[in-house]
Design a protein around this ligand. Structure first.
Ligand SMILES: NC(=O)c1ccc[n+]([C@@H]2O[C@H](COP(=O)([O-])OP(=O)(O)OC[C@H]3O[C@@H](n4cnc5c(N)ncnc54)[C@H](OP(=O)(O)O)[C@@H]3O)[C@@H](O)[C@H]2O)c1
Length: 253
C-alpha cells in the first residue's frame, strides 16, 4: 500500500471513529477534571497531563512542515502559524495557568489524547505539506481561506476569553467550582468548547481537505457531549444556576 492509499483509509477510519465517539461520549464521560473517577488508571496533575497530551501535536506538525515542500510559501507559513499558536499555547502556556494542581487527569486519558494528537497532526500536516496540492499564494484570496482564517481567529479569541474567565474563578490552591459569569457565559455553559469548535471549523474551511474536516468533526463530536454533561452538572450543583443559559449553542442547545 502506498502512502496516499494509507492516508485515504486513515481519514475514513478517523471519520468513522469520530461518529462512534460522539455516540459513546453521551454514555461515558472522559474521566478528567470535574468528571475524574476511579478505574481509569493512575492520576497525574492536570498540568503535566496537558503537556504530555498536547505537545506531540505541535512536534509532529512542525516536523512534517520541516520535511515537506513549499516551506517558504505564504499560505504554508500562515497555516503553520495558526497551528503553532494554538498548540504552543495549549501545550506550554495553558497548563501553567491552571489554578489547581490536584491529580485530576488519568494516564489512560493522556495516552488516548496523545495518540489522537499524533494521528491528527499527521493527517493535517502530511496532506498540507506533502500529499495534497501545492499551497499556492493565490489561495490567500480564496474566500474559503479568508473566511476560514477569520473564523479560526474568532474561535481562538472566544476560547481564550472563556478559559480566562474560568481560570479566574479560583484563588491559588483552591479546587472548588463556582458559577462562571460574563462574556459568552451569559449564553452558554461551555463557550470555551464552542470557541474551540469554531476554531477548527475555520481551520477546515481554510485548508479545504478531508483531514482538516475530520479534525473539525472530531472536535465537535468530543466537545458537544461534554458540554451537555457539564451543563447538567452545573444545574445539579447550583440551584441558582441561570435558567436561560444553554449548554453550547446560544438559545438552542
Ligand atoms: N480539541 C479538543 O477536542 C479539546 C478537547 C478537550 C479540551 N479542549 C480545550 O482545552 C481547554 C480545557 O478543556 P477542559 O475540558 O479541561 O475544560 P474545563 O472542564 O472547562 O476546565 C478548564 C479549567 O477550568 C477549571 N474549571 C472549570 N470549571 C470551573 C468552575 N466552574 N469553577 C472553577 N474552576 C473551573 C478546571 O478545573 P478542574 O480541572 O479542577 O475541573 C480546569 O482547570 C478548553 O479550551 C477546551 O476547549 C479541546
Amino acid at each position: 500500500m502506498n502512502e496516499a492509499t494509507f492516508y485515504n483509509w486513515l481519514v475514513i477510519a478517523w471519520l468513522v471513529l469520530a461518529a462512534l465517539s460522539f455516540v459513546a461520549l453521551f454514555f461515558v464521560t472522559a474521566p478528567y477534571g470535574r468528571f475524574t473517577r476511579d478505574g481509569w488508571g493512575p492520576r497525574v496533575p492536570s498540568r503535566w497531563g496537558w503537556v504530555l497530551m498536547e505537545s506531540p501535536s505541535l512536534l509532529v506538525f512542525v516536523a512534517l512542515f520541516g520535511l515537506g515542500r513549499g516551506r517558504s510559501e505564504p499560505v504554508a507559513l500562515l497555516l503553520l502559524a495558526m497551528w503553532v499558536v494554538h498548540y504552543a499555547h495549549r501545550s506550554f502556556i495553558y497548563p501553567f495557568r491552571l489554578r489547581s494542581s490536584r491529580p485530576s487527569m488519568t494516564l489512560s486519558v493522556i495516552a488516548m489524547g496523545a495518540a489522537f494528537n499524533i494521528g491528527n497532526a499527521y493527517l493535517n500536516g502530511r496532506y498540507l505539506f506533502a500529499l495534497g496540492p501545492a499551497l499556492e499564494s493565490s489561495r490567500l484570496f480564496d474566500p474559503r481561506f479568508l473566511s476560514g482564517f477569520l473564523l479560526f481567529v474568532a474561535g481562538f479569541a472566544l476560547n481564550q476569553h472563556s478559559d480566562r474567565i474560568l481560570l479566574g474563578l479560583r484563588r491559588p490552591g483552591e479546587t472548588i467550582y463556582r458559577i462562571p459569569r460574563g462574556g459568552a457565559y451569559r449564553y452558554v455553559s461551555c463557550p470555551n468548547y464552542l470557541g474551540e469548535i469554531i476554531e477548527w471549523g475555520g481551520w477546515a474551511l481554510a485548508c479545504w481537505n478531508l483531514g482538516a474536516l475530520a479534525f473539525f468533526v472530531w472536535t465537535a463530536a468530543n466537545l458537544a457531549p461534554r458540554a451537555v454533561k457539564t451543563h447538567r452538572w452545573y444545574q445539579e450543583q447550583f440551584p441558582d444556576y441561570p435558567p436561560e443559559r444553554k449548554a453550547i449553542l446560544p438559545y438552542l442547545m
